[in-house]
Design a protein around this ligand. Structure first.
Ligand code: ATP
Ligand code: MG
Length: 204
């Protein structure tokens, strides 16, 4: 049995809960029903690419059309790519072809970035793609392989049903301003910093 004091407290809590709920409902009534979104996942912590793929899998669960473009990435093993290929979802990777021995080759990366951007444009013009993930695309802007204004113009011209997810550290200010949702993943700590090896199913 509750005491009168406890009953009063519960009553106050319920009233406060109802008021909060009303406010949420008011806000969602006001929300613009714009179908398409631009999301940026940036920051130095772990979880940007995996969150982007999480939304791709979420959209696939609703039978939506999806495509993935992976800037920077080569053909190293990737669990998410394995699964998407089994599902027939297009995944384009940059694959500069630079060997580990050669190290970073800026010129080849620039050429591949432009080629992959042309493939990205075909997805950005395709109304059958509801969700498009551009993984690690922020680096292409930071390294000046791709022009940020040209990129935003292409986003602006995309079909009304198409959402775009951009991932990568140090997202350009213009991309952050243009996006309607921006999340920054902070690194509190990361296992690799204490020498833990990249793990299948967690890192790739
Ligand atoms: P994930 O692909 O796991 O979602 P991410 O996209 O947020 O990670 P990136 O910045 O793209 O991370 O880094 C690529 C790789 O480096 C990932 O395997 C990730 O686990 C690892 N990594 C991410 N953040 C850190 C960090 N702060 N220190 C060391 N390694 C990291
Ligand atoms: Mg990533």
């Amino acid at each position: 049995m509750l005491t009168i004091e406890e009953k009063n407290k519960l009553g106050q809590q319920t009233a406060r809960h109802k008021a909060i709920k009303m406010k949420v409902h008011e806000k969602s009534d006001l929300a613009v029903d714009d179908k398409r979104r631009v999301l940026v996942l940036t920051g130095n912590g772990k979880g940007k690419t995996s969150s982007g793929f999480g939304m791709i899998f979420r959209a696939l669960g609703h039978s939506q059309g999806c495509a993935v473009v992976q800037y920077l990435k080569g053909d190293a093993e990737s669990g998410e790519r394995n699964l998407l290929q089994q599902l027939g979802v297009p995944v384009v990777t940059m694959n500069t072809g630079c060997s580990f021995k050669e190290g970073y080759c800026a010129e080849r990366e620039r050429v591949r970035a432009r080629e992959v951007w042309l493939q990205t444009l075909t997805f950005l013009n395709d109304p059958d793609i509801d969700v498009l993930l551009l993984d690690e695309v922020t680096y292409m802007v930071a390294r000046k392989h791709l022009d940020v204004d040209e990129m935003i113009a292409a986003f602006e011209a995309r079909p009304a049903n198409q959402s775009v997810i951009l991932t990568g550290r140090a997202a350009h200010r213009k991309l952050r301003e243009y996006a309607d949702t921006v999340s920054r993943v902070d690194c509190v700590k990361h296992g690799l910093q204490i020498g833990l090896k990249a793990r299948k199913g967690i890192e790739f």
